[in-house]
Design a protein around this ligand. Structure first.
Ligand SMILES: [Zn+2]
Length: 398
């Protein structure tokens, strides 16, 4: 039997008041008047709010978050090694990941995120403990949000003997992608680390998502090396550069050259628009054919006190830092936080067209641009046609 829901008083971007019929988790009809639908079909009143495709967070660290805990002042120094040490020091006194991570997952869902990719630390001191916790959390929230896991070697791969084996065990245990990090800093060479990552990915049919932070020449070399490995292993559409700050600091002709290589190899880029780092030129890379999408990255954790898990806020920051002002540019920023993320994560398309998966969010705004600028509290959130949050409160909480 078909499971149907009729959304009434829905405002469709650029089209005004409509009604939306959802059948078995997919949008079936979007029309100004669907009064022909029988009274036996349950109605959900969208209260004249704007209905948008739900948000997608392409880069998180659920296992690091302090969300929901008493406020802890930022304790780390200004560099990455200090943040790693601080995090390791704080960890013993924190509640376990399986208790902390849901605090942030709930906030993400309430903000209209129905799919996310989180990195999870896989290191020789942690083993697979964080992965196992997030596998449990993924199961716990399966009805409300789709979670993708990246096995993340926070302290390097080859420089920490045993890490490669742990990454392999992580993808065998359920991680969807193999992660990596700054190979020239940690592992003495890009090819050495990437060869290891791509061999693991190849053996387990996994994707690859690598944190590349270097802002200069080193970062560019790492991105180019990643592109070579992606092409060699024919992992088109399944390899991501996380951050790629070097592209934000590079000259236009360099961006054109490397962006073209990325597009040809199907290597995407996820950005969080971090305030102290060069921002890759989002629009230019998209013009070149690179799938650019957005993620919150650290949300209130030992790495950063900022963040709420709200991808509308992230779209606003991306737009603000990029100097976007027109409605078209603001819509592009939202696309990075929604449909582009779904494509990069390899998810089926979601949104308002008939046949699409009914992952939707409502916002009390008139237009897409206003939604990005105002970041008004979300009204309703649907995941695969199921109402999972209303006015910031989860329904049927896990
Ligand atoms: Zn990250």
């Amino acid at each position: 039997m078909t499971r149907s829901t009729l959304l009434t008083h829905a405002r469709i971007p650029g089209q005004g008041a409509h009604e939306i019929l959802i059948n078995d988790g997919r949008v079936a009809r979007v029309e100004p008047d669907l009064s022909d639908i029988g009274d036996d079909v349950p109605r959900v009143d969208c209260r004249n709010q704007l209905v948008l495709p739900a948000l997608v967070d392409g880069h998180m660290h659920l296992d690091k978050t302090l969300t929901g805990l008493p406020w802890m002042p930022h304790a780390a120094g200004p560099d990455r090694s200090s943040r790693i040490e601080t995090e390791q020091r704080m960890r013993a006194a924190l509640p376990p990941v399986v208790e902390r991570a849901p605090n942030l997952v709930r906030q993400c869902i309430a903000h209209g995120t129905t799919a996310l990719r989180t990195h999870v630390d896989v290191t020789t001191d942690l083993g697979l403990t964080h992965l196992e916790a997030l596998l449990t959390v993924r199961e716990q929230f399966a009805r409300q949000v789709s979670i993708q896991l990246v096995a993340f070697p926070q302290t390097g791969v080859l420089c920490q003997p045993g890490t490669a084996e742990l990454l392999e065990r992580a993808v065998a245990a359920g991680a969807d992608l193999v992660g990596g990090i700054d190979p020239l800093t940690f592992d003495g060479g890009a090819d050495a680390q990437f060869t290891t990552l791509f061999e693991i990915a190849g053996r387990h049919d996994a994707g690859v998502d690598v944190h590349l932070h270097h802002p200069g020449e080193q970062g560019l070399r790492e991105i180019e090396a990643l592109v070579v490995h992606a092409a060699r292993h024919q992992l088109e559409g399944r390899v991501t550069v996380s951050h790629g700050f070097a592209l934000g600091a590079a000259a236009g002709d360099v961006v054109t050259r490397i962006g073209t290589q990325m597009a040809e190899a199907g290597v995407s880029l996820v950005t969080h628009g971090g305030g102290a780092s060069p921002l890759p030129p989002v629009k230019r890379l998209r013009e070149l054919g690179v799938e650019v999408f957005a993620g919150n990255d650290d949300v209130r954790d030992p790495w950063s006190p900022f963040g709420t898990g709200d991808m509308l806020e992230r779209a606003m920051l991306l737009a603000w830092r990029s100097g976007y002002r027109t409605d078209a540019d603001l819509a592009l920023a939202l696309e990075c936080a929604s449909a582009a993320g779904a494509r990069a994560l390899g998810l089926e398309p979601h949104g308002l067209a008939a046949g699409m998966r009914a992952d939707l969010v409502t916002v009390p705004c008139e237009t897409v641009a206003e939604a990005v600028v105002s970041r008004m509290p979300r009204g309703l959130v649907f995941h695969a046609g199921t109402l999972v949050a209303r006015d910031g409160v989860l329904i049927g909480d896990a």
